[in-house]
Design a protein. Structure first.
Length: 362
C-alpha cells in the first residue's frame, strides 16, 4: 500500500488514468540496477528516484573529476575526488528518503556481474565503452533480464530495449565490436553536455514503461536522435538468424580488441611518472592528444598529436627514455606501435591510464 506521504508525493502520477495507484505501486516494489552514474546515469537515477522506484542499485568504481561537471548533474564542485556512488547515494536519499539505494563502488566485470545483476528486475546501461556494453548484455541474456540501452557520441544519441519479450539483444545490433581506435569514449571524443540528459531521460522513461506496463516499449527498435537538428529516426533491429550462443561471460577487453597488458619495457605507472617528474629525471615526455585537449589540461609534455605524429619523428629522442601519454592510454599505445614498427624506436614507454589516471593521484 502507498502511505499518505507517498500519495501526496506522487499525486501527479496518480492523476493519470493509465498510471494511477497501481502504476505507482509497481514502481515502489521494483528493483532497478543502473550501470554507471555518469552522464547517462545522472538523469536516469534522478528521475527514477523522484518517480519512486523502490530500490535503485548503482555500479561505478570511479571518482568525480572536474571534467564530469559539464554533464554529470548529480555532482557539484564539492564532489570532486569523491566516489561517485557515495555522492550519488547521498543525493538520491536527499531527493527521496523513502527509497532504498544499493551502491557498488567497483567496476562491473565477468567475475561479479551475475552476482550483482541477479536481484534486479531491470538493468539500465549507462556505460561509455564497448566491453562493458557487451558484458552487461550477455549477463542480462544469461539471467533473462530486460536491458535498457543508451549511448551518446558528440551530438548523437541512441536508445533501445534489449532482451525483452523474446526480442533482440545488443549482439543483434552490434555482432562484432568496432576496432578500439574507432570507438572513443566521451573523454576522447567529447560530448555535448545536454545530450546525455536527453538520452538518459528517455532511458528512464522506457524503464518506467517496462515496470508499470504502460505504453509501447522500444523493444526491437533503435531510436536515434541528432541534437544539432533535432531530427530523429527509429530503426528496426532484427534478430540475427545465426547469432552466437551466449552461455558464459568472457574476457570482454580481449573480445573488443583492447590490449590489457603491455610489455614491461612499454609500460609506466602514474606513480612512477610522478616520481620521475619530482626528481627531474632526464627523459622526454610526449602528449599525443589534440591541441584543444592539451589547452584544457597538460603535464608540461611536448605536444605531438597522433594525427600529425609522423611529422614530429625527428624531434623524438632515441638516446633516453621517452614516455608517451594521451587521455586514457589508448592513443598513446597506438603511437608507440607506429613508432616502433615504422621507425624502429626501442626506448618508448606508455603511461597507463593516461592523464586521467595521473590526475587521480591527487
Amino acid at each position: 500500500m502507498l502511505s499518505a506521504e507517498e500519495l501526496r508525493r506522487y499525486s501527479r502520477h496518480l492523476l493519470i488514468p493509465e498510471f494511477g495507484i497501481e502504476g505507482q505501486r509497481r514502481l515502489k516494489t521494483a528493483k532497478v540496477l543502473v550501470i554507471g552514474c555518469g552522464g547517462l546515469g545522472s538523469p536516469i537515477l534522478l528521475y527514477l528516484a523522484a518517480a519512486g522506484v523502490g530500490t535503485l542499485g548503482i555500479v561505478d568504481g570511479d571518482r568525480v573529476d572536474e571534467s564530469n561537471l559539464q554533464r554529470q548533474i548529480l555532482y557539484g564542485t564539492e564532489s570532486v575526488g569523491k566516489p561517485k556512488v557515495e555522492e550519488t547515494a547521498r543525493r538520491l536519499h536527499s531527493l527521496n528518503p523513502s527509497i532504498q539505494i544499493e551502491p557498488y563502488f567497483e567496476q562491473l566485470n565477468s567475475q561479479n556481474a551475475l552476482t550483482i545483476l541477479t536481484p534486479y528486475d531491470v538493468v539500465i546501461d549507462g556505460s561509455d565503452n564497448f566491453p562493458t556494453r557487451y558484458l552487461v548484455n550477455d549477463a542480462c541474456v544469461l539471467l533473462n533480464k530486460p536491458l535498457v540501452y543508451g549511448a551518446i557520441y558528440r551530438f548523437e544519441g541512441q536508445v533501445a530495449i534489449f532482451n525483452y519479450q523474446n526480442g533482440p539483444n545488443y549482439r543483434d545490433l552490434f555482432p562484432v565490436p568496432p576496432l578500439p581506435e574507432l570507438a572513443p569514449n566521451c573523454a576522447e571524443a567529447g560530448v555535448l553536455g545536454v545530450l546525455p540528459g536527453i538520452i538518459g531521460c528517455l532511458q528512464a522513461n522506457e524503464t518506467i514503461k517496462l515496470l508499470t506496463g504502460i505504453g509501447e516499449p522500444l523493444t526491437g527498435k533503435l531510436y536515434v536522435m541528432d541534437a544539432l537538428t533535432l531530427l530523429s529516426r527509429t530503426v528496426k533491429i532484427p534478430r540475427l538468424p545465426e547469432r552466437p550462443v551466449i552461455d558464459q561471460l568472457i574476457d570482454y577487453d580481449e573480445f573488443c580488441g583492447i590490449k590489457k597488458e603491455t610489455p614491461d619495457d612499454e609500460n609506466i605507472s602514474p606513480n612512477k611518472l610522478k616520481l620521475l617528474l619530482e626528481e627531474k629525471a632526464d627523459f622526454q615526455l610526449i602528449d599525443v592528444r589534440e591541441p584543444h585537449e592539451y589547452a584544457i589540461d597538460n603535464l608540461g609534455a611536448t605536444l605531438m598529436p597522433l594525427s600529425q605524429l609522423e611529422q614530429w619523428v625527428t624531434q623524438i629522442e632515441r638516446d633516453k627514455w621517452v614516455i608517451v601519454h594521451c587521455q586514457s592510454g589508448m592513443r598513446s599505445q597506438k603511437a608507440i606501435q607506429l613508432l616502433r614498427e615504422k621507425y624502429g624506436f626501442t626506448n618508448l614507454k606508455n603511461l597507463e591510464g593516461g592523464i586521467v589516471a595521473y590526475r587521480k593521484l591527487g
